[in-house]
Design a protein around this ligand. Structure first.
Ligand code: 9MR
Length: 760
């Protein structure tokens, strides 16, 4: 018999649960919950545990008045050990409150689910309570989307290397509870770059206020002394956040230091520095992100303390690849060794179009460092990234890029096969897997998907770029890339309209694209820059994209890559007859982004159509920043550098949520990005993503169940939650960190914000 009061829910336990519970005001005896009928049979284990069941690897024991079980170690997936109850009726539109007492010794994160009892096991409530030895009560609400006579309540408690003991009690599911309202904790209303500002750079902040007249502000140093003061500028209601705001410009203050705060309207900002070291660190961290993202190699604890894991997908059970991967049925009758490369994001898939833009941006960061007036290529030199290849006399950034480029080459259809020279669009699991799941533990069959023109042109572009970038370091590798690039170009010309469709998203992302004119343009640009070939020059000069205004307010992306070609044609020496016009066009695009920044009280260079922020908006923002930075490199005009620096403030805390989107940077920063192996939120034995990991960012479309449940009705900047389950707002991805790395490298090159560099 349980002696515990039914509603002993302490605030701490509720707050740390993944799905934060309802407010505690509705506690014991609250009429709202008392009215709902109890759906669980024998939730108090007063007399045994029937009708509860457990998987065959545990023995249920209710002799203490709680339901307890010794959970074996050595299982992989959460669902390898389950305790559950079946046949629970749910009514569509009805709101339920689910609660239980739980303890774990030693502490563990469990999964508590209300779900469909059969494949695909749709989850109507998914919570990840962090249980400890003392035990706590956890409570959640959800609204059932379905009428279902036989839902299941299950506790999934597998996935631990070591054994532990679980006890649960007072399991209750009652109808009629009001839906919970998620309110993010946004802290002080004065919003700053929580990391810091360059001494000679712009310094802007935003204050959320009801005031419509200018407000006095003060800049305080670490000792609390006022070192600058001024008054703010009313900006009205900001469309991206729905807030009435004012902006603060304290750029005249230039003294380096730590622990500054900005005070306005009775609020004190989070602390920040004035300096530049942090961008030097970010330059490295944003690139160091890639090594633990690698497939096909063990991650070493010496190189990345706390991040060691076995090699993934090297043909060792339970993995089924990637050394000998067949096509999806009917697509081809050969198999390929496509081991290596980077995992795309939080999943174990590998996609040529996304690998393409990511590896391009990484090689482009290197090329820029060599070509730009402020570039500091020695900062990317051998030994800069602590990777296995450090010490081989090749810049580490190129070693890291090569890890992916070698994979892209493997995705090319071999000579002698139909479609030879094209690239398979992607390789991933046959079905989606759950979280957490280390790469080497993925049991799913791996499949090559059909070649596509877009993937083929991504290969052509990156291989052509690799041919020039690697030439001084490894001529044979450069030659191999050039050959592959030319073969890919020819194959794309022969098969110009083979499209990946949006329907192909079982077990991996679709990366669909049915307009490849931009991929042709980008590939022609890279081939022209590496070969000077007439065919490529003619393609460029004949393409409408060569003269079109391609500077979209919502930025370029894996799907829209004309800007990649245009930017490289502008910055890399070449003999195009209209190169001056190409260079001027970059400045025109940058001027558009400066206008968007000026209109945004948060200084964001991003204005998507209809105010609809997209999946991965932080990368869209950074891609626009790359255009600004390139305009600075091309013209030396200070206004473009100022735009770059102000844009970083948004990512580092000057935003509606008052948080940084880069792990390890800023007082409050994203750290629960969606990942199957950096899944600390679900399993305390696993790490968080490494410092320098960018979160996808606000996504108006709310394309995952957690975001839909928590964020309904959000103004764009509020459409984000730092929860591992929210893949549409909070994933990490190789093409997003490449944008961050490119920009972080540029910013680090600016020293105190006044670097002039030498002319090249
Ligand atoms: O970044 C991609 C975004 O542009 C798409 O809208 C979204 C839905 O198709 O997919 C994103 O990419 C994901 C991919 O499909 C699977 N791996 C994780 C990627 C990042 O979320």
């Amino acid at each position: 018999m349980s002696q515990r009061p039914r509603w002993r829910a302490p605030l701490a336990a509720v707050a740390t649960a993944t799905l934060a519970a309802t407010t505690l005001a509705a506690g014991p005896g609250s009429p709202a919950y008392a009215e709902g009928p109890e759906q669980i049979v024998n939730g108090s284990f007063d007399d045994g545990y029937a009708p509860w069941w457990g998987t065959a690897n545990i023995t249920l024991d209710a002799s203490s008045g709680q339901l307890c079980a010794d959970i074996p170690g050595g299982t992989v997936n959460p669902w390898d050990v389950i305790i559950g109850q079946n046949d629970i009726p749910l009514l569509a539109g009805e709101t339920y409150r689910f609660s239980f007492f739980g303890s774990a010794d030693p502490g563990r994160v469990a999964k508590a689910l209300v779900q469909l009892p059969v494949d695909p096991y749709t989850q109507y409530l998914a919570a990840n309570p962090s249980l400890d030895a003392a035990g706590d009560t956890y409570a959640y609400t959800f609204t059932s989307p379905v009428d279902l006579p036989d839902a299941q309540v299950v506790f999934q408690v597998g996935g631990s290397t070591a054994p532990w003991r679980l006890c649960i009690d007072d399991v209750s599911l009652t109808g009629g509870a009001p839906p919970e309202v998620y309110v993010p904790d946004t802290g002080p209303r004065v919003r700053v770059n929580q990391v810091g500002y360059l001494p000679k750079g712009p310094k802007n902040a935003t204050v959320v206020t009801d005031a419509t007249d200018p407000l006095p502000w003060e800049l305080h140093n670490a000792g609390g002394a006022v070192v600058a003061r001024g008054s703010s500028t009313p900006r009205g209601v900001d469309a991206s956040s729905g807030q009435n705001v004012q902006s603060i410009d304290f750029g005249r203050y230039t003294r380096a230091g730590t622990g500054y705060t900005l005070v306005a309207d009775g609020e004190t900002s989070r602390p920040f520095d004035i300096g530049s070291d942090f961008y030097e660190k970010l330059r490295a961290d944003s690139l160091k992100f890639y090594y633990p993202q690698r497939s096909g190699i063990a991650i070493s604890d010496d190189l990345r303390p706390g991040y060691a894991r076995p090699a993934g997908h090297v043909g060792v059970a339970p993995n089924q690849g990637d050394t000998d991967v067949p096509c999806q049925p009917g697509v081809c009758d050969y198999s390929l060794d496509v081991s290596g490369g980077w995992y795309d994001a939080g999943d174990h898939g590998k996609y040529v179009v996304n690998g393409g833009i990511a590896v391009h941006q990484m090689m482009s960061e290197y090329e820029r460092s060599v070509l730009a007036r402020t570039g500091e290529p020695w900062k990317l030199w051998d030994g800069s990234l602590d990777i296995p290849e450090s010490g081989n006399r090749v810049p580490d950034i190129l070693d890291e890029a090569r890890w992916e480029q070698e994979f892209l080459l493997k995705m090319q259809v071999p000579a002698g096969q139909p479609l030879a020279g094209m690239a398979h669009h992607k390789i991933h699991d046959a079905a989606w897997t759950g979280l957490p799941l280390l790469p080497d533990q993925d049991p799913q069959p791996r499949e090559l998907h059909a070649p596509s023109t877009a993937a083929t042109l991504n290969l052509a572009a990156t291989a052509a770029q690799a041919a020039r970038v690697f030439l001084p370091y490894d001529p044979a590798f450069a030659a191999r890339n050039l050959k592959a690039a030319k073969a890919a170009w020819a194959a794309a010309k022969a098969h110009p309209a083979v499209y990946a469709t949006g329907a192909d998203s079982n077990g991996g992302g679709a990366y669909d694209d049915s307009n490849v004119a931009d991929e042709f343009y980008w590939a022609a640009a890279e081939l022209y820059l590496s070969t000077g070939g007439r065919e490529f020059r003619d393609h460029l000069l004949g393409s409408p994209l060569h003269t079109a205004d391609i500077w979209a307010p919502d930025g370029f992306s894996w799907q829209s890559v004309a800007a990649l070609g245009r930017l490289d044609l502008a910055r890399i020496p070449n003999a195009l007859p209209d190169r001056a016009r190409v260079r001027a066009s970059v400045a025109q695009g940058a001027d558009r982004y400066l206008g968007i920044i000026a209109d945004s009280p948060y200084g964001v260079p991003y204005a998507p159509p209809g105010n609809q922020w997209a999946w991965g908006s932080n990368s869209s923002i950074l891609n626009n920043v790359e255009v600004l930075a390139t305009a600075y490199d091309l013209t030396g005009a200070e206004k473009y550098r100022t735009g770059v620096l102000e844009s970083m403030d948004y990512l580092l805390g000057r935003n509606a949520l008052n948080q940084s989107y880069i792990t390890g940077y800023g007082e409050v920063a994203s750290h629960n990005q969606h990942s199957r192996w950096f899944a600390h939120e679900l399993n305390a034995e696993l790490p968080n993503p490494p410092a320098g990991t960018l979160a996808g960012g606000a996504n108006s479309a709310l394309q995952d169940p957690l975001a839909q449940q928590k964020l309904a009705g959000c103004a764009p900047q509020f459409c984000y939650i730092d929860d591992i389950e929210s893949y549409s707002t909070n994933e990490l991805a190789i093409n997003w960190n490449s944008a961050l790395a490119w920009v972080a490298g540029f910013v680090a090159d600016q020293d105190n914000g006044d670097a002039r560099g030498r002319l090249r």
